[in-house]
Write a protein that binds this ligand. Structure first.
Ligand SMILES: Cc1cc2nc3c(=O)[nH]c(=O)nc-3n(C[C@H](O)[C@H](O)[C@H](O)COP(=O)(O)OP(=O)(O)OC[C@H]3O[C@@H](n4cnc5c(N)ncnc54)[C@H](O)[C@@H]3O)c2cc1C
Length: 378
């Protein structure tokens, strides 16, 4: 159980080789130009990985959560920004399309599974992040149409996506009356603008505004007022996959540091020969192995029971925590070179702060764990 299957070893090797050959040589350029390469994503997608979690009937690979975790971590250990945009392109939003009508699946989900389309999911707003039920975006019925007004912020792939799944209040008098709408790119009334951020330079992030954005009736995804269920049904899987992303960054930092300390010398010996270095790297390896073992457990548990929220929250929080710790130590072992773009460790460790923010902040995940702990006492 605690080993990858032959097929999973093959996924890992294929993505590792692809990332080394195609992604690593261009990583610094993408970071410098601050863009997500749609062209390279499509090249990656042609290998079939975006469809790994989807049924064969849709052109997918019928794979498990761990299969997706493997390709996500392999991309993240080289370029976390590219990895996050790639996993969002075919991740949470696309999974929600599984609740759609046959026509919606044919138009949006199938091309996403095939890597032809890129998806985005817009929940966060300028005044509503962790508290998703506080969102201000409204969708109002007008004849057969829906009219959306509001704004979404920090939306990964928002500027380049072929469609955005947008959450909106459909009954302002009820806190949980949220519905999901499929908004194709270039829909009049929707404007996207890039956001200048200090992490994940190789991913796309947008502020999206809706000004009387008119959509046909069939833009509604799933039941009216039923958006929160679509979201929560896929939340735990998203957290486990995101944990794999955090783990990938940590592994990339660890590998970079391990190599560096065997090359660099000081005071007449290799940095690797100082006992402090050995203990640090041993401690980092211990944390990595524990995080990966938990990811394997969580992937199996959430697959068997998508409501396994405590396991998913522990998984995400632990991977995020150790990725920050490992990135910090790895960077330190490189001394001044840890601050230079010449070494991947510097670039990777810059991307680690956001680990604690995505897929529920640290506190939101602790909240999930605490609620389960205290349930029988209330
Ligand atoms: C690069 C990037 C990409 C993103 N991509 C997407 C995307 O594609 N789609 C999308 O919808 N969103 C996206 N997000 C948004 C992300 O999901 C939110 O930033 C996150 O949910 C936190 O919301 P917030 O930033 O509004 O922080 P807030 O919710 O305002 O939180 C601020 C602080 O308060 C703490 N806090 C909040 N509530 C509690 C509580 N109950 N108890 C204790 N502490 C609490 C938080 O933990 C945090 O430390 C992205 C964010 C970033 C940075």
């Amino acid at each position: 159980m605690w080993h990858l299957t032959e097929e999973q070893e093959m996924i890992q090797k294929t993505v590792r080789d692809w990332a080394a050959a195609k992604l690593a040589p261009q990583a610094e350029r993408f970071e410098h130009e601050k863009h997500f390469s749609v062209e390279l994503y499509k090249e990656f997608a042609a290998l079939g990985f975006p469809g790994i979690r989807y049924p064969e009937a849709l052109g997918g690979g019928d794979g498990g959560i761990l299969d997706m975790c493997i390709w996500v971590k392999e991309l993240a250990r080289v370029l976390p920004g590219f990895a996050i945009s790639a996993s969002v392109a075919c991740g949470l939003g696309a999974k929600m399309l599984g609740y759609g009508t046959e026509a919606q699946k044919e138009r949006f989900l199938k091309p996403t599974v095939e890597g032809e389309m890129i998806g985005a999911f817009g929940l966060t707003e300028p005044n509503a992040g962790s508290d998703a039920t506080n969102l201000e975006t409204r969708a109002v019925r007008d004849g057969d149409d829906w009219v959306i007004n509001g704004a979404k912020t920090f939306i990964t792939n928002g500027n380049i996506a072929d469609y955005i799944l947008v959450s909106a209040k459909t009954d302002p008098s009820t806190k949980n009356a949220i519905s999901i709408f499929i908004v194709p790119k270039d829909t009049p009334g929707m404007t996207t603008a890039p956001i200048d951020k200090n992490c994940w330079f190789s991913s796309d992030t947008a502020l999206i505004t809706f000004d009387n954005c008119r959509l046909p009736a069939d833009a509604l995804l799933g039941p009216l007022h039923g958006g929160l269920k679509l979201l929560t049904d896929n939340l735990n899987e998203g957290r486990v996959t995101y944990a794999a992303h955090c783990y990938g960054i940590a592994e990339g930092c660890f590998d970079g540091a391990l190599e560096y300390v065997h090359q660099r010398t000081a005071f007449g010996q290799r940095i690797a020969d100082f006992q402090n270095t050995q203990f640090k790297l041993a401690e980092m390896k211990m944390k990595l192995d524990l995080a990966w073992t938990y990811i394997m457990r969580a992937a199996a548990e959430v697959e068997a029971n998508p409501d396994a929220n405590v396991t998913a929250s522990i998984c995400k929080n632990y991977a995020a925590q150790i990725s920050e710790e490992i990135a910090r130590e790895a960077r330190h072992l490189l001394g001044g070179y840890g601050c230079m773009n010449e070494y991947a460790v510097g670039r990777l460790s810059r991307d680690v702060f956001v680990a604690e923010v995505g897929e529920g902040t640290r506190e939101i995940n602790y909240r999930v764990i605490w609620k389960a702990l205290t349930r029988k006492h209330t």
